[in-house]
Design a protein around this ligand. Structure first.
Ligand SMILES: [Zn+2]
Length: 142
């Protein structure tokens, strides 16, 4: 029954790794990366949960404890994901000055503390439109 135990141990260590990562997160791109990480981790947990149930069914073992462990691990990951998503939405409403680290309202163009120009990571500058209309129509070669 070593296989079952491995699945649970892996689930636990994965939760811990992601938890540690989430604690250190400071910027939006890292938060997004962490949310992605958590989502893929959740998918993996579902997969191992399915495998656990499948193996138990095949071998006739009672996997309810292991299933419960998987469910707890998934719940934990969802909690972390919620926390990360909350941080993401909180971050969207403010801009951190890259010069001094002060928090400014997202609408601010300049840092209220040091006057540094704030560029909004959410506000991507659209590339100037290429003017294709000037291209003359293709002439028919005789
Ligand atoms: Zn500043």
């Amino acid at each position: 029954m070593g296989l079952f135990e491995d699945v649970v141990v892996n689930a636990k260590s994965a939760v811990n790794v992601v938890g540690k990562k989430a604690g250190k997160i400071v910027d939006l791109s890292k938060l997004r990366f962490s949310a992605m990480d958590l989502n893929s981790e959740i998918s993996k947990r579902y997969e191992s949960l399915g495998r656990t149930v499948y193996d138990a069914q095949k071998t006739g073992n009672d996997a309810s404890d292991l299933v419960n462990e998987c469910v707890i691990a998934i719940d934990d990951l969802y909690e972390q994901l919620d926390a990360v998503n909350e941080q993401i939405s909180a971050m969207r409403n403010r801009t951190i000055c890259k010069n001094c680290g002060a928090e400014n309202p997202q609408s601010a163009n300049f840092c209220s503390k040091c006057g540094h120009k704030l560029d909004d990571p959410e506000d991507e500058v659209p590339a100037p439109e290429a003017d294709d209309s000037q291209t003359p129509p293709e002439e028919k070669a005789d």
